[in-house]
Write a protein that binds this ligand. Sequence first.
Ligand code: ADP
Ligand code: MG
Length: 310
Amino acid sequence: ATPTAIMVATGVGAKNGVLIKGGDALERAQKIKYVIFDKTGTLTQGKATVTTAKVFSGMDRGDFLTLVASAESCSEHPLGKAILEYARHFHFFDDLSDTKNGHSNKSFDWLLEVTDFSALPGHGVQCFIDGKKILVGNRKLMAENGITVEEHVEKFVVDLEESAETGILVAYDDDLIGVMGIADPLKREAAVVIEGLKKMGVVPVMVTGDNWRTAQAVAKEVGITDVKAEVMPAGKADVVQSLQKGGSLVAMVGDGINDSPALAAADVGMAIGAGTDIAIEAADYVLMRSSLEDVITAIDLSRKTLQRIR
Ligand code: ADP
Ligand code: MG
């Protein structure tokens, strides 16, 4: 495209909240064959909400929530934030009968002290409370720590996953003590955009670190058949490269730190505007309105710009 055409297209994009970093990305966007979508925060609203807190040990519910939330209190992950928020609400109602707390609705004074915290990407979190190890995360985290997951617990997690929720397991002092069910609704425009892309001859793909059963349930709701689940953060870029092998051009749409290697590896990286700075830096396009409709806007803009100058 001529510099003028690129300038015009960049201007039209900007007016629609689509920031294009350079003419090369603009030219490549018209030839995209695959668009890979990250699940959490990209196809979904990224507003994870706890729906279920099931205690499997004899532990008091409030004590269970305090432990889990304390473990997640150092986490930056949306799942961690959802758990903390859920526990806060629980304790808020507790606090109402306790006038010395002044009914502060943002009180976190019930959180326990945590030591040796570590976030384990693609697995969950680990730390120590009262000198005992607490693990909050998925099956992989439990398996790698030798935690036994009994059949009725596994069934409980499977049921959550089949209804498109994420099941988070909690182990304390080497015992599985409970499970949290977390839902994250699809963005309202997601299904329409996927359908639109297919009509444009583009193949939508979903990639996620979440388990395959939840991934399948979400993909089905949104109309995606090509799903890569249980992908470790570093593995998302490998998914991009494997689709590029036949010479096809691949776009990646993502919002998270985990997505940045894949955004950089893609022929066209598109970051969700509401996403993390690292993702935005790694991308060629920034979708400022955080709407998936703008994936179509971006491809359409590229096609039209280049047609005009041919
Ligand atoms: P995604 O690619 O969908 O953004 P991540 O790679 O961030 O997913 O996480 C993958 C999985 O790891 C989650 O579905 C969850 O099971 C587990 N996980 C990651 N961080 C946490 C956390 N802070 N608390 C509990 N589980 C977590
Ligand atoms: Mg994400």
